[in-house]
Structure formats: structure tokens, C-alpha cells
Design a protein around this ligand. Structure first.
Ligand code: FMN
Length: 184
């Protein structure tokens, strides 16, 4: 059986390196894995009053896609040493009841930044969030694409060979991790 992965990039920017990193993952995924990407741009700011009236359709769609996925691939930028608000906002919407969609979900994290640490600090904040929503995030390999401006070519292709290898390894591990968790 294949692995159905939902990919979420935490940047709204058209030329986003993290969107390009997700595109690279789609290119590098192992046989039997399917990665669908979800655009979080239309998600409104979280408001619990709105939620009490019913989830907005785009949020409901994301919640259902998270629930239906075998695993998640979250590609996070780093903003001020943390996860961008737009990504945290999307996670906050999805994390509310009923039947909290992140619960027990296998996940992998990666990220690209123009800085030297390649989203290290944001990824560790994201792992902390994952603890509370009970996502099971893979530990290895850590894919932290630093100096992103030089890691992609003019056509948007990831040309950092080390990063390409790590992404391929991460996705193989994610397929294995998902199968192991499913077996229980
Ligand atoms: C508000 C803001 C804060 C940022 N903070 C960091 C940071 O803490 N660490 C870092 O490496 N880069 C930081 N950057 C630079 C981002 O790595 C860079 O803008 C990157 O291109 C964002 O990802 P994207 O290309 O997917 O949009 C920041 C950028 C913005 C706009």
C-alpha cells in the first residue's frame, strides 16, 4: 500500500524557497508515495468566535485533508527564530475539536531559510507544537536548508545535492515510519 502525504509549506510568497523545497520533495519522493500540497494562503486568522459558528470551508477542507492523509510533510520557514504566524495559524485551526485531526498522525518536518542555520530554531518550535497536538514527528534526518538563495537555481530547482539526498532519505524514512505506526 502507498503512503498518502499532505504537504504544507509555511510561506505565502510566490517565490518561496519553502514552496520550492516542497516541490523538490514531490520530485524526490520514493515509489509508492503520493504528496499533495495544500496552499494555506486563503486561511483566515484564527478566531474562536468564528469557529463556534462553524469552520470556514477552506479550514474544513484542510482539516479533512489532514485527517485523510497517512502522514504530513510540513515545510517551515523561520521567522524571528520561530514558525511563521501563517503556519502556526493554520495549525491552530486544524488543532481544535471535534476529532482533532493531528492526533496520532505521523509527520516529517523540513525547512529552508536564507540564514546560516536553515530553520533550526523554527523546526524545534514546530516540534514543540507537535507534542501538544500529538503528531509523531520523525527525528531523522533533519533537513535544514541554509543559504536558500544559493540552494535553488533560477528555475526554482533545488541544486544543493546534500539537501536533495537528505530530502530523499527523509521521505523514505517517513514511508517506513508511517507503516510502522500503522502496524501498531
Ligand atoms: C519576518 C521575517 C523574519 C525572519 N527571521 C528569520 C530568522 O529568524 N532566521 C532566518 O534564518 N531567516 C529569517 N528570515 C529570512 C527568511 O529565511 C527568508 O525570508 C526566507 O526566504 C523565508 O522563506 P520563504 O522563502 O519560503 O518565504 C526572516 C524573514 C522574515 C520576513
Amino acid at each position: 500500500m502507498g503512503t498518502k502525504v499532505l504537504g504544507i509549506a509555511g510561506s505565502l510568497r510566490k517565490g518561496s524557497y519553502n514552496k520550492l523545497a516542497l516541490r523538490a520533495a514531490i520530485e524526490l519522493k520514493p515509489a509508492g508515495m503520493d504528496i499533495e500540497s495544500f496552499d494555506i494562503a486563503p486561511i483566515p486568522p484564527f478566531n474562536d468566535d468564528v469557529r463556534e459558528q462553524g469552520y470556514p470551508p477552506v479550514v474544513q477542507e484542510l482539516r479533512e485533508k489532514v485527517r485523510a492523509a497517512d502522514a504530513l510533510l510540513i515545510v517551515t520557514p523561520e521567522y524571528n527564530y520561530s514558525v511563521p504566524g501563517v503556519l502556526k495559524n493554520a495549525i491552530d485551526w486544524v488543532s481544535r475539536p471535534p476529532s482533532q485531526p493531528f492526533d496520532d498522525k505521523p509527520a516529517a518536518i523540513m525547512g529552508a531559510s536564507t540564514g546560516r542555520l536553515g530553520t533550526t530554531r523554527a523546526q524545534y518550535h514546530l516540534r514543540q507544537v507537535a507534542v501538544f497536538v500529538n503528531m509523531h514527528v520523525l527525528n531523522r534526518p533533519e533537513v535544514m536548508i541554509s543559504g536558500a538563495a544559493n540552494a535553488f537555481d533560477a528555475s526554482g530547482r533545488l541544486v544543493d545535492e546534500g539537501a536533495r539526498k537528505l530530502i530523499a532519505e527523509l521521505l523514505v524514512n517517513l514511508a517506513d515510519w508511517t507503516a510502522r505506526l500503522k502496524r501498531g
